[in-house]
Design a protein around this ligand. Structure first.
Ligand SMILES: *[C@@H]1O[C@H](CO)[C@@H](O)[C@H](O)[C@H]1NC(C)=O
Ligand SMILES: *[C@@H]1O[C@H](CO)[C@@H](O)[C@H](O)[C@H]1NC(C)=O
Ligand SMILES: *[C@@H]1O[C@H](CO)[C@@H](O)[C@H](O)[C@H]1NC(C)=O
Ligand SMILES: *[C@@H]1O[C@H](CO)[C@@H](O)[C@H](O)[C@H]1NC(C)=O
Ligand SMILES: *[C@@H]1O[C@H](CO)[C@@H](O)[C@H](O)[C@H]1NC(C)=O
Ligand SMILES: *[C@@H]1O[C@H](CO)[C@@H](O)[C@H](O)[C@H]1NC(C)=O
Ligand SMILES: *[C@@H]1O[C@H](CO)[C@@H](O)[C@H](O)[C@H]1NC(C)=O
Ligand SMILES: *[C@@H]1O[C@H](CO)[C@@H](O)[C@H](O)[C@H]1NC(C)=O
Ligand SMILES: *[C@@H]1O[C@H](CO)[C@@H](O)[C@H](O)[C@H]1NC(C)=O
Ligand SMILES: *[C@@H]1O[C@H](CO)[C@@H](O)[C@H](O)[C@H]1NC(C)=O
Ligand SMILES: *[C@@H]1O[C@H](CO)[C@@H](O)[C@H](O)[C@H]1NC(C)=O
Length: 749
């Protein structure tokens, strides 16, 4: 963006800024200097009516990756940015493989009699009532399911298909091999459900949304569903892809046309057919199932008794025909723009959201796309009021997120070394909300303080809470989602809110797990006992859902956009990056203690010593404390630019030292050695993944499933191999932690 920006700065803005001060930032610093005025201007500029306008346009049509609808959406983003005055809007396109369906040949699920006649078929599509175009059908499928036809009489209900569900099933001795497994959506990433099923030799998987999870009865024992409530109607089906790792043909490299492409036989794809069902359709199959009754906590919300299987009544069989086109090569486009940094144009504060949606994107992701457009608009007002960020603010609308985090992964592969060296923070917004109970942030420990500070500036979108005296977003957050593990105040209340862990469910994945960039994701969530966005990825995820049922005045949208804008402002404008390394050091120490407590016996049985590792953990912790103390003694107000740069670079390097160029054992596409997506649920992270992958037996691909208590003997080949692999992982981790500590002193020794 240049000064050629044509934006009207009217006196009214300034006048309004003065008026709104009462409702917000009362507790703000009394300092009337520059930064506070920019905070106020920024908070004031973010307007719910404007967000509404953007959202209305973005949610007109289904806009899945690669579709015409998606092209219109990213075209709209480009156009809005140009209108806002950005003169450097850029497209980056990649040739990727996506998984689609041909509507003349949809996926089919039916029950078939032994003589071959079809008795019943599941609905193949959804269409939502407030879509005026009656020709729009949304075909149900899971991206990257194998294309195959499977017919079996052996169908087994496995609850959510979690590792612990299979553990529970063990006693029944039901043979899962070559069976169709039917399981509920929820609790972990759908791709992990499928991988667990594959490991057990399943022939196919049916995923469905159970009413207990998506349409539970309300207090008066009735259930209202969309369009009257956020609950799922009987025919709602959650779509979704089964993999997350970037383009299939070019793992680790950008998907350009001239790239080297792996042969189709080498693509990392599910090997069995998988298909999603509505609860109406699932109930047909579940009601036919024989075998023992499922345990009480496996009984879902359908009006039937859930049986485990494996047989079906009346000799019927379930037939699944998937026709996924898994080699659909398509062009996906990321749209980006920026405001160039005045002092450090080579340091990037990256804000990202994806533009593609499985259906209308009412929540995922278009609410956040609307917020992105609003943030860009607000940054222009700041600019026109004289603000010049020190660092470059980069705004990204990613393509193909729903097909495996494609756009952001390809971009970080395309410019990997550059982005890895220069990106100071990655701020992601995917869906604004799954509820209105509390704010929820997920991010690395050294970002927590910056998130808390921002949340203390943002007015509370919950008006009842404002009336109760909780005027900021932070107040309600700490009240409703306190971090009970942290210190408490004199009255025993937690002093900080809970910040969650990053999995790989969105575009922060490559920035954090591959480039080591401190990353953040934000969302408003419902109470834990409440369903979380029951209409997620269904045809009912519409503008009506977002703006009538979930957020009638778009106040939560506004609050999320404000958080995003304040954080972008802080990271681009503060001389010293607002990272608290000490928090990372303490986190690491606490996690090590927890890990050691959990696995001490097993490590000692295997004769794996961790003394050096323990020392490295403590060394890094001490280094972060010392660094923090030194930084406290620096006067940041008149710090020399090169001195500031020295501190900032050291903080960035601390993270980058934790990346292994070789990737994790068995997971070459994940580089972070301290934090990685959990094997059994990629939605959350796991600490010390290289060690845990080996020590948590159910997550490995070896046949060992139980930890025996016998003593270690070199004659047990499994144990010998495991001990050896553990020693290697211990050494790798020790090395990276030591190097990370070294980053925090300025001279090499
Ligand atoms: C959305 O914006 C585009 C571009 O400005 C415009 O052509 C289109 O008519 C708008 N659609 C709606 C429904 O507002
Ligand atoms: C879809 O399938 C029909 C019938 O099998 C075929 O004629 C048509 O060419 C296919 N369309 C695409 C885009 O592949
Ligand atoms: C298959 O069996 C059903 C009832 O068992 C019967 O109604 C149907 O006519 C049979 N179809 C054929 C092709 O035999
Ligand atoms: C076959 O379908 C009919 C009608 O949908 C249903 O009444 C009947 O119970 C089904 N038969 C079996 C064995 O499921
Ligand atoms: C459907 O059409 C009606 C009447 O023209 C209009 O009020 C409504 O907003 C439209 N809904 C959508 C989703 O376009
Ligand atoms: C389980 O079923 C598979 C496929 O039918 C069969 O090959 C295998 O022998 C069975 N295993 C046991 C323990 O019965
Ligand atoms: C039950 O409660 C819901 C809201 O919780 C309300 O919309 C519905 O009208 C109530 N139904 C009856 C029959 O009272
Ligand atoms: C709710 O309704 C169902 C059937 O409609 C009934 O079986 C159940 O007892 C009711 N529960 C309560 C708490 O009223
Ligand atoms: C925040 O709201 C709660 C009720 O939700 C109330 O108990 C509490 O006192 C309020 N806190 C403040 C600081 O006013
Ligand atoms: C924006 O919020 C105000 C309250 O701050 C509300 O009156 C207005 O209706 C909201 N606008 C929209 C479009 O929801
Ligand atoms: C890591 O640092 C510790 C403590 O300084 C030292 O004992 C150990 O040898 C170092 N290990 C490596 C692999 O550099």
């Amino acid at each position: 963006m240049r000064s050629s920006l044509v934006i009207t700065i009217c006196a009214s803005i300034t006048a309004m800024v003065v008026i709104i001060v009462v409702t917000m930032v009362v507790t703000l610093s009394t300092d009337t200097g520059g930064p506070v005025n920019y905070h106020r201007l920024l908070l004031h500029s973010i307007d719910n009516t404007s967000i509404n306008h953007f959202l209305r346009n973005l949610t007109q049509k289904p806009h899945p990756s690669g579709s015409e609808g998606d092209k219109e959406v990213w075209g709209y983003v480009e156009e809005v940015w140009r209108q806002q005055g950005y003169d450097n809007v850029r497209r980056e396109s990649y040739q990727v493989v996506i998984s689609t369906l041909n509507s003349t040949n949809p996926n089919k699920v039916s029950t078939v009699r032994t003589n071959g006649t079809t008795n019943w078929s599941a609905t193949t599509w959804q269409t939502s009532p407030d879509n005026n175009n009656t020709n729009t059908f949304i075909y149900n499928y899971n991206g990257f399911s194998a294309t195959d036809t499977v017919q079996r009489s052996s169908v087994v209900y496995v609850n959510y298909g979690l590792e612990e569900d299979y553990e529970e099933l063990k006693d029944t001795k039901i043979n899962l091999s070559d069976s169709i497994l039917i399981m509920r959506y929820g609790q972990n990433f759908r791709g992990d459900k499928v991988r667990s099923a594959e490991r057990r030799g399943a022939a196919a998987v049916l995923l469905y949304s159970d009413p207990a999870d998506v349409a539970p009865p309300t207090n008066n024992n009735t259930t209202t569903t969309y369009p009257d409530s956020v609950y799922a109607p009987p025919d709602a089906v959650q779509l979704g892809a089964l993999r997350l790792q970037g383009d299939l043909r070019t793992p680790g490299y950008p998907a350009f046309e001239w790239a080297y492409h792996l042969a189709e036989s080498e693509w990392d794809l599910p090997t069995i057919p998988v298909h999603p069902l509505s609860y109406q359709d699932a109930s047909h199959i579940l009601s036919l199932m024989k075998g023992a009754e499922a345990p009480p906590h496996w009984q879902g919300g359908l009006d039937l008794v859930y049986h485990l299987g494996p047989g079906l009544a009346d000799g019927e069989e379930v037939r699944i025909e998937t026709n996924n086109i898994n080699n659909d090569i398509t062009t996906l486009t990321n749209v980006m723009t920026m405001i160039e940094g005045s002092q450090e144009p080579d340091r990037y504060v990256v804000l990202g959201n994806h533009h593609d949606a499985w259906t209308y994107g009412g929540v995922d992701p278009s609410g956040a796309t609307a917020a992105l457009l609003e943030v860009s608009r607000a940054l222009v007002s700041l600019y026109n009021n004289g603000w010049r960020p020190l660092r470059t603010v980069v705004l990204c609308a990613w393509g193909g997120e729903e097909q495996g985090i494609l756009g952001s992964t390809e971009f970080t592969e395309h410019l990997g070394a550059v982005l890895g060296d220069r990106t100071v923070v990655y701020l992601n917004l995917d869906m604004i909300m799954s509820g209105t109970y509390s704010f929820d942030a997920k991010g690395v420990p050294h970002l927590h303080d910056a998130i808390f500070s921002a949340a203390k500036l943002v007015p509370n979108p919950d008006l009842a809470e404002v009336e109760a005296g909780n005027t900021t977003l932070y107040d309600t957050w700490v009240l409703r989602r306190p971090d009970n593990l942290q210190e408490t105040d004199v009255e025993g209340a937690a002093t900080t809110p809970l910040v969650g862990t990053l999995g790989t469910g969105s575009d922060f994945r490559p920035f954090f797990f591959n480039l080591g960039v401190p990353s953040l994701d934000m969302v408003f969530v419902p109470e834990q006992s409440e369903p979380s966005l029951p209409l997620y990825h269904t045809a009912y995820e519409t503008y009506h859902l977002a703006t009538t049922l979930m957020d009638p005045h778009l106040l939560y949208h506004q609050a999320a956009a404000r958080m995003w804008a304040v954080l972008a402002y802080e990271f681009s404008s503060q001389t010293i990056l607002p990272l608290n390394l000490q928090a990372f050091g303490s986190f690491l120490q606490a996690e090590w203690d927890r890990f050691f407590k959990e696995f001490r016996v097993e490590l000692s049985r295997l004769q794996v010593t961790t003394d050096h590792l323990k020392e490295a953990v403590s060394k890094l912790r001490t280094a972060t404390n010392t660094f923090h103390d030194n930084l406290q003694s620096v006067n940041t107000d008149d710090i020399q630019p090169l001195v500031a740069r020295r501190y900032n670079d050291a903080m960035m390097l601390m993270d980058r030292c934790l990346l292994s160029p070789k990737g994790l054992q068995g997971r070459p596409l994940i580089n972070h050695v301290v934090l990685a997506p959990k094997w059994s649920n990629e939605y959350v992270w796991e600490v010390f993944p290289g060690l845990r992958d080996l020590l948590q037996p159910t997550t490995t691909t070896t046949t060992t499933t139980t930890t025996t208590t016998t003593t270690f003997t070199n004659s047990d080949p499994d144990d010998t191999r495991k001990a050896d692999q553990l020693r290697q992982q211990v050494a790798i981790l020790t090395h990276h932690l030591n190097m990370s500590a070294a980053a925090l002193t300025f001279t090499p020794w």
